[in-house]
Design a protein around this ligand. Structure first.
Ligand code: SIN
Ligand code: FE2
Length: 196
């Protein structure tokens, strides 16, 4: 895992939040549920890009349309595509940009990202708003883990072995950023889904 702390200057963070607001007007945050149990996530989600990641009673999958509006996801903002290129060096664009919103009490359990046929393509994550206590594990659920603080403007690249490591968000530290009027945290996760 490569952490690029403070990579995004505050003006770029504001620009990105403004672009996110436009996206979320068209593709509103919704409350996803876990497969089988149907229990709700504490995180709200939306997507942009040709494909969006969904979790519902039937499982995890990628879909070209929003589950509630039925509309195609809005495009990934050019600025985000530039960040992908700069941070990952990949010769191909991402296809999915998952938008997670964490309110003050939201968290995300330990998991691996493994719904992509492009198994070796890197993953880029962009943090905006309140600091998160991110948990990074290893290749197995029982692998040792460590806690990493992700602040507004930080980028994380998961590539090589870390592409398949367990990770999650233990909690958000409310009031640690002034970026979002409503407080909380946005995380953008960019992934290639189909083999380039
Ligand atoms: C995720 O793993 O889907 C999101 C990680 C984060 O919010 O930093
Ligand atoms: Fe993940």
């Amino acid at each position: 895992m490569r952490l690029l702390p403070g990579h995004l200057p505050i003006e770029q963070q504001r620009h990105l939040v403004a672009a996110l607001r436009v996206i979320l007007d068209r593709a509103p945050l919704y409350h996803p549920v876990l497969p089988r149990s149907g229990s709700p996530y504490s995180v709200r989600m939306s997507n942009c890009g040709p494909l969006g990641w969904l979790s519902d009673r039937n499982g995890y999958r990628y879909s070209p349309t929003h589950p509630l509006t039925g509309e195609p996801w809005p495009a990934i903002p050019p600025m985000v595509l530039d960040l992908w290129q700069a941070a990952t060096g990949a010769a191909f664009p991402p296809e999915a940009c998952l938008i997670n919103y964490y309110g003050p009490t939201a968290r995300l359990g330990l998991h691996r990202d493994q719904d992509e046929a492009a198994k070796e393509a890197p993953i880029l994550s962009i943090s905006l708003g309140d600091t998160a206590l991110f948990r990074l594990g290893g290749p197995e659920r029982k692998s040792p883990t460590r806690s990493v603080k992700l602040s507004s403007g930080d980028l994380v690249v998961l590539s090589g072995a870390s592409r398949h490591w367990y990770h999650g968000v233990d909690r958000i530290l409310p009031g640690t950023s002034q970026l979002l009027a409503e407080g909380g945290r946005f995380n953008l996760t960019l992934r290639r889904v189909t083999p380039p």
